[in-house]
Write a protein that binds this ligand. Structure first.
Ligand SMILES: [Zn+2]
Length: 487
């Protein structure tokens, strides 16, 4: 059989703190890693930087928070590739302005027989991105016709900027692969699955490019926007406990019947995301066909039937060499508990979370601990096996499935005083974990081992250890090798 991929997500800070050779030797020794996912570009603390402020440090690296961490491109920016976008060659991370992670790490990795992927974290929510000159020109536009917070997939300057970074990477460095992460739910998904606090710039996009695409498809954007505005009011009322007289769900469905454009708008938004995937895939294939390209999918696909419906693996497998699905089973416990409480304040607002939970278990094909025990128990290894097996069937023989295995992913709330003010309001809601019980689930070597075995039992051909080396304890990393010894 072909070699299993054992990949690990690593950000620049680990190499700077611990030395390139030292980090590579450690991940090989502890986890038999054969592939690096080098986090660049990233403006997201989930993939870049040390432990998040207020979170525990692991037993390696420097134990000092980075309150001013911004992130960005940790490779050299080659200006000649950025001519087609008004954003230009922006993006260099300010932390190590003269250090090129790809140039420094790839040769050392090759010497040790490791493959190197660029792990492109779109980080669409990040405030640091919006600081770039001209970035406000590429932002999505919300239901009140004002610029929102994330860049629009259908804006040619944003699209060309992403493609310029991709072209720069694959022409400038001997990479073996490129992984792209775009963890953002669409507007309807948001309104269905959680309180949206009056939309807060999340219900999008009504920029001229999106309106033009809608017109091409015969969708009346004014009707979509009118419907969205009513749906935001519905979401606000239901999440505040003011259940409409006909019920939360029936009232929602009536809005959909009155404004079918709302559903069309979600499809339009999702197609913008997938068109960016197609463009990235085609760009890499045309320039360096030997480079592997694939997509990361957020854990929310295992939580919300609406998010799950939005990612069709049969279709996506035509434009991917690998499909990486996050199955963080430790953090998944508190995260799922939060997701159930959220959805019971939105589309399933007619029932209590305790009533919603078993129905969702059945809908999503899960068999996990009772709701109130989830934050302490985490999800089982069998959750990973089921998720992987589902995607493995979905891919219809094309592409391949890699499981994202979480090691020491933070759970619960960080102490508020430790969170830099810049980060407040920037956290992507899909990963929001609202629990703050004292004894939340923790990663152990045994749980890592079970997770790895479950991923391969489900049909994965690889695993990707996440979220980032700089938050993983070394003894937990050793759980990977213990699993591999049993395969
Ligand atoms: Zn737009």
């Amino acid at each position: 059989m072909t070699e299993r991929t054992i990949a690990i997500q690593i950000g620049a800070v680990s190499f700077m703190d611990e030395g390139v050779g030292q980090v590579l030797d450690t991940v090989i020794e502890r986890a038999a890693v054969n592939t690096l996912w080098l986090a660049t570009p990233t403006w997201n603390r989930a993939s870049g930087g040390r432990a998040e402020p207020g979170r525990p440090f692991p037993d390696h690296g420097r134990q000092e928070y980075e309150p001013d961490w911004q992130g960005g491109n940790y490779a050299t920016v080659h200006g000649e590739y950025y001519g087609a976008t008004r954003l230009g060659p922006v993006g260099r991370a300010p932390e190590y302005p003269d250090w090129d992670m790809l140039a420094a790490v790839i040769p050392e990795a090759k010497q040790r027989g490791l493959k190197s992927f660029a792990y492109f974290d779109e980080s669409s929510h990040a405030r640091a991105l919006r600081r770039y000159p001209g970035f406000q020109q590429v932002l999505e536009v919300d239901i009140w016709n004002k610029p929102a917070r994330r860049p629009c997939f259908n804006n040619p300057d944003y699209r060309n900027w992403v493609l310029a970074i991709v072209e720069d990477y694959i022409k400038s460095y001997p990479l073996d692969g490129l992984a792209f992460a775009s963890a953002r739910p669409g507007p309807l998904d948001r309104l269905l699955q959680e309180p949206t606090r009056q939309g807060l710039g999340l219900i999008v996009c009504y920029c001229p490019h999106c309106r033009a695409r809608a017109t091409e498809r015969g969708i009346d954007w004014r009707r979509a926007q009118e419907g969205h505005r009513k749906l935001v009011l519905w979401n606000a009322a239901v999440s505040a406990g003011k259940r409409p007289p006909d019920g939360a769900f029936a009232t929602f469905w009536r809005l959909i019947l009155t404004y079918p454009e709302i559903v069309q708008w979600q499809a339009l938004w999702a197609d913008g995301q997938h068109q960016l995937y197609r463009d990235i895939f085609g760009t890499v294939r045309s320039l360096r066909p030997e480079i592997k390209v694939g997509w990361e999918f957020s854990q929310n696909l295992g939580f919300s039937p609406f998010a799950r419906a939005g990612q069709n693996f049969a279709e996506l497998s035509h434009i991917a060499d690998f499909l990486k699905l996050d199955t963080y089973h430790d953090a998944g416990g508190p995260r799922l508990a939060s997701a159930v409480r959220n959805i019971a304040r939105a589309v399933f607002g007619d029932a209590d979370p305790e009533q919603v939970y078993p129905v969702l278990q059945a809908m999503m094909g899960r068999d996990e601990a009772p709701l109130d025990e989830l934050p302490k128990a985490g999800l089982s290894a069998d959750y990973i096996r089921r998720e992987v097996a589902r995607v493995d069937v979905g891919r219809e023989g094309r592409s391949t499935v890699w499981a994202g295995i979480g090691i020491d992913v933070p759970v619960g709330q960080a102490a508020e005083s430790d969170v830099p003010p810049d980060n407040i309001g920037d956290t992507p809601m899909t990963d929001a974990d609202l629990t703050d019980a004292p004894d939340l689930v923790r990663t152990t070597p045994g749980r890592v081992k079970d997770a790895v075995l479950a991923a391969f039992a489900g049909g994965a051909t690889g695993i990707v250890l996440g979220r980032k080396y700089s938050e993983m304890r070394l003894d937990n990393l050793s759980g990977v090798k213990a699993a591999l010894a049993e395969l």
